[in-house]
Design a protein around this ligand. Sequence first.
Ligand SMILES: *Cc1c(COP(=O)(O)O)cnc(C)c1O
Length: 355
Amino acid sequence: MAFQLDKLLRPHISKIKPYSSARDEYSGKVGVFLDANENPYGSLTGEDFNRYPDPYQQDIKDKLAPIKGVKPEQIFLGNGSDEAIDLLMRAFCIPGKDNIILLPPTYGMYEVSASINDIAIKRVNLTEDFQLRVKDILEMEDEHSKILFICSPNNPSGNKMDREAMREIISKFNGLVVVDEAYIDFSDEPSFITELYKYPNLLVMQTFSKAWGLANLRIGMAFASKEIVQILNLIKPPYNISGLTQKKVLASLDKVEEIEKLVKNILIERTYLEEELNRLHFVLHIFPSHANFLLVRMNEARKVYEYLIHDMIIVRDRSKVVLCEDCLRISVGTREENELLIQALENYEPILKNQ
Ligand SMILES: *Cc1c(COP(=O)(O)O)cnc(C)c1O
């Protein structure tokens, strides 16, 4: 059955008239702004923050589009990817009736957002090596399954998903497939953005929070058909990306090459960390990573976690997460930070032996 976006959309959404901001109603050149009840004198910050920002972040989209190989109308920008996740659920899932499909272990926000919106969750665990169970996933779909989330490279396992398996799922799933590529900049795998033209039910998410080093500013990207982007724009809060954020992101987009250098450096550090961790006797397995973190299985991970906290080093304890028994998730730091971690773990080894 061919994908029909209007069938997937919650019926009441198509009837919504968007909030029309002062700046929406007139977009020509103006000298005097008396339309939005702003403070005409400016702010006390020394910068011009008194005017409302561009609700559709057109300058960013114009600059981002050629970098990503899409049209500006195919880009949605959210207050973090987390906003896009929430908006997608509100657009497509009827509370108390519809469901989404998650593939644990995976990113926690999908479940949080679904729970807030009273949307049921169906789960199909990944395999032991964190790959997709294609048949089981497709069999899990029912008439109320509206969105399937595939995270690749996956958090917390760090691996990329098999591309052919992803293609098969996207082409056979009747709802929307969200491919979350928050960590794609750390992988040698090309983005699924290049395949958007093939799949009308595909949405690819990326973020400025990881490789771009802008987690504090809160800005995430979604790439999809212009029809899907229009729906997200319709239901988003009008000024979801602050002017300050827009300014900083715009400046960053002029420095793509420098970001690529930073990413290369993180990859060098990832290899360093992996080699050093491998020498520790209590480390059992390091999962191959396409991200800026390592999932590491070790003897009594929880104890190691607590020992590290005592040493004022914080990593993520994933030992209670399905398929991640006795695993810690460790972000790749600077060389100095990584050395401190390794040193602490080397000191821990004799303690472990003497227990
Ligand atoms: C970090 C992360 C994000 C980014 O979220 P933001 O809200 O953009 O900071 C999205 N998805 C996954 C899987 C992540 O790990």
